[in-house]
Each structure stands twice: as C-alpha cells, then as structure tokens.
Write a protein that binds this ligand. Sequence first.
Ligand SMILES: Cc1cc2nc3c(=O)[nH]c(=O)nc-3n(C[C@H](O)[C@H](O)[C@H](O)COP(=O)(O)OP(=O)(O)OC[C@H]3O[C@@H](n4cnc5c(N)ncnc54)[C@H](O)[C@@H]3O)c2cc1C
Ligand code: FES
Ligand code: FES
Length: 476
Amino acid sequence: MIRFILNDTLVESTAPEGTVMLDILRYHEQLKGTKIGCREGDCGACTVLVGELKNDQVEYRSMTSCLLALANVKGKHIVTVEGLNMERLSPVQQAMVDESGTQCGFCTPGFVVSLSGCCLSHERVTDELAVRAIDGNICRCTGYKSIERAAAIVAGHLAKKDVADPVKWSVGNSFVPPYFAGIAERLKGIEQTSRKPGPVPDGTIALGGGTDLYVQKHDSMHHARIHNLFDEKGIKNITLARDHNGVAICSIGAGVVASDLLASQDLMKRLPGLEKHLLLVSSTPIRNMGTVAGNLVNASPIGDLSAMLLALNAKVDLLGKGGRMRSPMLKDFFLGYKQIDKRPEEEVTAVRFVLPDANTRFHFEKVSKRTHLDIASVNTAIRLEMDGHTIREAHVSAGGVAPTPKYLSNTVAFLTGKSVDQKTIREAIGVMNDEIAPISDARGTADYKRLLLRQLFFAHFMQLFPERFTLKELVA
Ligand SMILES: Cc1cc2nc3c(=O)[nH]c(=O)nc-3n(C[C@H](O)[C@H](O)[C@H](O)COP(=O)(O)OP(=O)(O)OC[C@H]3O[C@@H](n4cnc5c(N)ncnc54)[C@H](O)[C@@H]3O)c2cc1C
Ligand code: FES
Ligand code: FES
C-alpha cells in the first residue's frame, strides 16, 4: 500500500505501483480537473505539484502526472488544480481571467498548477522565472501573449514573497488554501522511501523519474514490479571534494535531476554557461523528474546530459551484487545502439568528473526543431584544458551522429597539443567527419546532421574564444 496526501486528503492506494498518477487522479479519485493530452510529458495538461518533506518544510515541484508512477509519490503531497481552489479565485487564477489567458480551458488547469508552483518555490520569482515555470505547458487556442501577461502579474505579486518560508507566505496571501500550512506535520507521520543503494532485484524495473520508461513502455509499466530509485536517499546529492591525490572531483548522485543541477551554485560557478545549457533540456516538469542515471542508461544517441558528461570525461559508478563497485569511463559505457556496459542488476549510483579549474573551458550546443521541450537533432559538448593558446587536454562529444552518444576520440587526439587557431579547427572538422556516421531520419538527413555538427563545432570555438573567432572567419 502506498500512502500520500492528495490535496487535503490522505490516500492509501493499493493500485499497482507502476500505475501513473494521472489515472489514479482521474479514475480512482474522480479528480477530472487534471487533463489527459499527450500522455508523453509533452503538453503539461496533466501537471500536478509534488511536495516533499525536506528539513521540516515541504518543497514543491511541478511534474507531469502522465509519467509519474504511484511508486514515486510515497509519503509526498500531491496537489491538483482542485486542491488549489478556494472560495475566491487565487491571484494566479485571477490573473489568467484578467488577461484572458484561457479560451477552451483545456490547458488552463495545467498552467494554473505550474504558476502556483512558482508561488511555493524558494526562488525570488522574476517575469522570466514565471514564464520558465510554464515552459512545459502547451496551449492550442489562446495564444501565449495573454498567458505571459498573466505570468508577469503573478511575478509582480510574488516580489514580496518570503523565500525562507514560501508555503506560510502563500497561505497568508491566499495563493493556496489554508490546509497547506499543516501538510509538513502530516507528512512526518507517513512512511517515506528509505532504501539504501544496492543491486536491482531480479525481475524488477529500476525506475528513476519515469520520463523515458513511461514514454517507451507505457503499457507494460502499469503491472511491472518497480524498484524505485527516484527517492533513494544515497543518490540525490551533488558533492565537491578532493580525492586521495588532492584532485578536486565533482560527484553527482544518480538520482539527481536536471533541476537540482540548475540549483547547484557550486556547479554554476565552475561551469559558466551551464544554466543556459540545462535550460535547453526538456521543460521544467521534466527537468524536475528526469534523473542523470536515467539519461545515461536510456542511452539515447541524443541524450543531452550524456553529451555533457562525455565531454566532462566522467566516470560512472555502478553498484552490483555483493556490494561490488566498478567505475567505467562514460566514453566506454556506450557500446552500441541502446547497449551499455551495465549488468541488469547493477545500479548506477553516481557520475564523477574532475572539476574544471580556471584554465578549463566548457561549452554545449544543441539544435532541435524548437528551442524548448524538444530533443536534439544534433548536440555536442566540448571541454578544453588550456595552457595559454595551446590545448593541453581536449574532450569532445556529439549526439545524433552515431548509434550512441559519441565521444569523438580521434578529434580529441587531433586537438590535443595543438594551438587554437583556424587551421586547427578546420582540420579537426575533417577528422570529426571521418569518425561520425549519421543516418537520415525524422530529425534530418545524414548530410544535414554532418553540416549541423560542423556549425556547432564552430560555435564552440566562437563561444569559448569570442575575442579570437567570428563565424565569417571560421567558414572563410
Ligand atoms: C517531454 C520529454 C522531453 C524530453 N526532453 C529531453 C531533452 O531535451 N534532452 C534529453 O536528454 N532527454 C529528454 N527527455 C528524456 C528524459 O527526460 C531523460 O532521458 C531523463 O534523464 C530520463 O531520466 P528518468 O529518471 O526519467 O529515467 P527513467 O525513465 O526512470 O529510466 C530510464 C532508464 O534508466 C534506468 N535507470 C534509471 N535510473 C537508474 C539507476 N540509478 N541505475 C540503473 N538504471 C537506472 C531505467 O531502468 C530505464 O532503463 C525528455 C523526455 C520527455 C518525456
Ligand atoms: S498528458 Fe500531456 S504532459 Fe501529461
Ligand atoms: S485555452 Fe484552449 S488549449 Fe489553451
């Protein structure tokens, strides 16, 4: 049985753990305000808030309930649009009305839930952040300008938010109903997931956020035996520490999601530009769900985190039977299309890489059919350790140009020891072209992908050495 609080009510569900919350909400609990659109995490019509107890407070994040397994809500607070209703409209609902942010109304619950998530977050909300909160919501008839205006009004209200205790502030200012004030105490009395890292039991499916599994295997997941890794405590941290040789290492727990990476000030400092890069990955609710391990194990040739971690020259920590640990380099982890160097029982527990220092330059580029909420046609990342104008060490990855996320070993070997100039870059592209093998598919022809990678390779150098290169000079 899985216990959680749904709006103001304790639910004890005996449904299979793989059931998605969207079905629990609509068919078990008869809460039809949460809509079914795509069932693939793409439209946001099914968005709910998921509150989790952390340091005596409840932290809320938006998630798409069509991909959220019952197993992943144990001991949490789930908020649907019904749970936000009060006698009067909340300031979020009122802003949508005042700005004509709704027509047919199908998408509106999703937008209201996402924007209400902004009120409950610990962030100081700007217009930009309010719009970011709804980057996973699609509206097919209103037009976005009126919704953006509503978001700006909400951001204006939230200027006075107490970011130290946003729940108390939101209750006090009627953004959410009074019952929210008592949720933290109530959650303390409900069992949470407390398992420690260990091998994945035979016959079970390791489940992270479910954003790949529920898209790829939706039907079989319902009755699958689930091994929930999303809430495993030992794999949720980002740590910076020195190893026994004194080298500064960053370790990212396998259960860390892209939103946790975005929230890490340490990472942002060491990898300037990372925020911009991460905002190209999916949308806010998917970034709140999709784990680092899920991205690697899914082994999609266009996985964005895979591309970034390949260029960071990361290692993957795998925990097997009898506590046996091994740590292959990520560049050796991807073997073939959807084939990885991982035994079925091995749990990914972390990825680790040497922290960039002042001489390191890192960059990521991605081209997709639209900027947000889209997977890449081609992506690529680069890490250069510089010694003046000379490349002391290079790591380059590319996605969408081979059956796996590809570490470009030959290009890396070519770049190492070279000085950064036009000749090096042009010759490196020749080497790169010989080691990729793109195929034509819905995301573009093989030739187009070659061209894209070439342009993105130029873009790396233009972004990393803006004082030295312009596109005109590079392609001349
Ligand atoms: C709408 C949408 C947009 C998306 N956009 C992007 C995008 O822009 N860029 C991108 O790269 N991806 C994107 N994705 C894909 C997906 O969100 C990511 O790949 C995500 O990181 C997967 O993580 P997860 O935790 O949800 O994986 P899950 O679906 O839970 O699992 C994926 C695989 O990993 C295994 N697994 C999970 N955790 C572990 C572990 N600790 N140890 C061993 N095995 C494990 C599972 O068994 C499964 O085989 C998108 C997905 C959706 C639905
Ligand atoms: S139904 Fe479209 S995101 Fe869930
Ligand atoms: S109001 Fe109709 S889809 Fe948004």
